[in-house]
Design a protein around this ligand. Structure first.
Ligand code: SF4
Length: 66
């Protein structure tokens, strides 16, 4: 498992396997950011396209429905 944080990518998505969890940082060298909207207007319109669902069963929440 990667553990070297990228201090340039602050991220709180602990459900992603690229997230350090112990600290709110991504461990990737770079990420791809995109949008699911035709005309994005607010931060919520954007998505990290490098997200990969953490495979461990430690997260008991229902998870994203999309
Ligand atoms: S890949 Fe994206 S969602 Fe996952 S930890 Fe990195 S910045 Fe966060």
């Amino acid at each position: 498992m990667e553990t070297r944080k990228n201090p340039c990518i602050n991220c709180t998505v602990s459900q992603c396997q690229h997230n350090m969890v112990s600290e709110n940082y991504c461990v990737l060298d770079s990420i791809q950011v995109g949008t699911h909207e035709k005309n994005p207007t607010v931060p919520e319109c954007t998505d990290c396209k490098s997200f990969v669902k953490r495979s461990c069963a430690c997260d008991t929440s229902d998870g994203c429905k999309f």
